[in-house]
Write a protein that binds this ligand. Structure first.
Ligand code: AMP
Length: 124
C-alpha cells in the first residue's frame, strides 16, 4: 500500500540508470523513453521500456504524463518488440502496478518478454 500512496522515490534503480549512475544494456533511447535489457531476465528475450519522466507506475504515467510522452513511450515499445524480432513469433507485454502485482521498482516500466512460448499467463 505504501508504494501506491508515496511520492516518487528518486533513489530507485531506474532513476539511477536514467541519471547515468549505474549502467544498462541499452536497446533504444528517444526524447522521452529508454529501453534496455532486464538484468535478471525471466525469458530468453526480456526488455524493459521506461519513460524518462518521474512516474511511479502505469496509473501515474497515464494520468499525468503529456500526450507526447505517452505516444513516444508506446511507439518505442512497438519499435523495440520489432527490433528484437518478437513481433512475428509473439511476446508478452506486462506491467506490474503496485502492491498486489509485486512491483519491485517504483518507476513505471513495461516488460517485453519473448523468445519462446511463455505458457499460461498467470497461475493462481
Ligand atoms: P517489477 O517487478 O515489474 O518492478 O520489475 C522490475 C524489473 O527490474 C525486474 O524484472 C528486475 O529483474 C529488473 N531490474 C532490477 N534491477 C535492474 C537493473 N539494474 N537493470 C536492469 N533491470 C533491472
Amino acid at each position: 500500500m505504501e508504494l501506491i500512496m508515496s511520492s516518487y522515490d528518486t533513489t530507485n534503480v531506474f532513476a539511477k540508470i536514467l541519471r547515468g549512475e549505474i549502467p544498462c544494456k541499452k536497446i533504444k533511447e528517444t526524447t522521452h523513453s529508454l529501453a534496455f535489457h532486464d538484468a535478471f531476465p525471466k525469458a530468453p528475450v526480456h526488455a524493459l521500456v521506461i519513460p524518462k519522466g518521474q512516474y511511479k507506475n502505469f496509473d501515474d504515467f497515464t494520468k499525468n504524463a503529456s500526450s507526447e510522452e505517452i505516444i513516444d513511450f508506446w511507439k518505442t515499445a512497438q519499435e523495440v518488440s520489432n527490433e528484437l524480432e518478437m513481433t512475428v513469433s509473439g511476446f508478452r507485454l506486462i506491467t506490474n502496478n503496485g502492491y498486489n502485482a509485486n512491483q519491485e521498482v517504483p518507476h513505471f516500466h513495461i516488460h517485453l518478454c519473448g523468445g519462446k512460448n511463455l505458457g499460461p499467463m498467470i497461475s493462481l
